[in-house]
Design a protein around this ligand. Sequence first.
Ligand SMILES: Cc1cc2nc3c(=O)[nH]c(=O)nc-3n(C[C@H](O)[C@H](O)[C@H](O)COP(=O)(O)OP(=O)(O)OC[C@H]3O[C@@H](n4cnc5c(N)ncnc54)[C@H](O)[C@@H]3O)c2cc1C
Length: 588
Amino acid sequence: MTPDLEQPAAGWLARFEQALREPGEAALHALFRENSHWRDVLALTWDIRTHSGADALLPDLRRGAARARPTNFRIDHARTPPRTVKRAGTETLEAIFTFETDIGRGNGVLRLDPEGRAWTLLTALASIKGHEERIGKARPKGESYSRDFRGPNWLDQREAAARYDNHDPVVLVVGGGHAGLSIAARLTQLGVDTLIVDRWARIGDNWRRRYHALTLHNQVQVNHLPYLPFPPNFPTYIPKDKLASWFEAYVEAMELNYWTGTELEGGEYDEDAGRWRVALRRADGTRREMRPRHVVLATSVSGIPVMPELPGLREFRGTVLHSSRYDDGERWHGKRALVIGTGNSGHDIAQDLHAAGAAVTLVQRNPTLITNIEPSAQLAYALYDEGPPTEDCDLITVSVPLPLLRKAHQMHTARAREIDRPLLEALERIGFKLAYGEDGTGWQFLYLNRGGGYYFNVGCSDLVAEGRIGLAQFSDFDTFVGDGARLRDGRLLPADLVVLATGYHGPQALVRKLFGEAIAGRVGSVWGFGEDQELRNMFRRTPQPGLWLIAGSFAQCRIYSKYLALQILADELGMLPERRAALEADAA
Ligand SMILES: Cc1cc2nc3c(=O)[nH]c(=O)nc-3n(C[C@H](O)[C@H](O)[C@H](O)COP(=O)(O)OP(=O)(O)OC[C@H]3O[C@@H](n4cnc5c(N)ncnc54)[C@H](O)[C@@H]3O)c2cc1C
């Protein structure tokens, strides 16, 4: 501990607690600089929201504090001690602290400027008193299966719980990728009965079925699932089949209820009962109706494939595949392929086809951000290399308000552009159109706003720059014809295969398909930042009672599954203010 760094942070927290108790605004105001940010994650407002600017945030902070009555703000000596760091290019004193509210325990991150005023403040709910996770000292004692030697043992109980013969789960999680696993693990540890359903036959098939050479794109230390980090011998970039097997082990170890080969066909919400009525189709063709109180869609940002109506494509006599249906290049050896779209999928599929001995042309429709996978694409994750444990990095990640995040990513993008200059110039020379994201915020914001529009170069860009994979601009296309595509200048690009790496309709389209127009309309847009500086309808209450969504990177799902699970638990405990009341209050 460095006392001269602890003292200013501890002093600020003490003055803050005092100022919250005092009626006037002056003491509280003096603690914040003008362009400060307060992000609350459930602790004071039961919402996830960033409030910016001292004048605007203080009334909200006071209202939240009056409701939740936070006390006992202390530097958390069990975590990374206060330290001086650079965030978004600015040096700041950063301190992790704890506090309590009437109903829960919280933690947060404070950043002070050189004058000792708050630049950013995070208040986040960590647990609900009396309903803590059943881990560590609170782990189950197992008396229900170990005392009665004639009764059901642990395995009997596990199997019975997962069969759902005589009851329905409280929460149905649709999709058993990492998003589904993360939220199911969190809910299970909180004692909320949860079932995952996934349409694939085997846990991990969502990765196993992807192309042959796939490894994860960011490094292992960023990608741990909740509670159970990857073993230390795991490779830096985890291969898809290894990841798929880890998912199976994770489900077993975390005692998650998981029905494979089970598709959610659709459902409706029974307002009076406060429950869903959902239809599940199982692999053997049987159907099961369930009435869970909550449905969590963990069906990914990439919902339904976009199949654009390209001119003349119906005339093409070869094979047309959406990228989601592409699995292996082997059968295209010696054949000619056009891959339409220059995001990650397009590039990876082009490289896979090239490696399998196909003659490939990549067809660019829009300017695309290109960044080398190392070191450039990893710049955004420097926090996770600094040394603090994952849990502290996660809290620090949550504490960064959107304006700072944008600035940080503008800096990473500018730096990556410098590092990758030789590659980018080579691509420009052959006519590849480059992009750097909105206001230069780079790939992270392309992902968060659009779910794509970039490529992490693992070699395909080099092949394109060297001319070993062809490049064409879609704007030069006239029409597809029986044996390929005709360009405006009359040339023919012959093809046996056309891959449409044309992306996906966002999650709202899936909400519409599963639950109908009324619910989709009520929920509105999903993903991308809303006016409140948060991702729309993600990880928090949606306007549709009982409907929740989780998606994003491994890190996002690990981090925000905690808060999503706390909200569902709070709803079960009757603690969440009525959604409608909350909306009315917002509008007032
Ligand atoms: C090549 C590649 C590399 C990537 N590398 C990384 C990385 O390094 N780090 C990172 O964080 N992210 C990475 N991603 C991005 C992202 O994490 C993955 O796309 C990931 O698969 C998304 O996980 P998910 O759980 O949200 O959705 P998915 O993995 O797509 O899982 C959704 C599941 O929902 C099921 N489902 C959908 N509808 C229904 C229904 N009606 N009924 C039943 N089941 C249904 C599907 O069968 C599927 O298994 C990468 C993506 C790709 C393509």
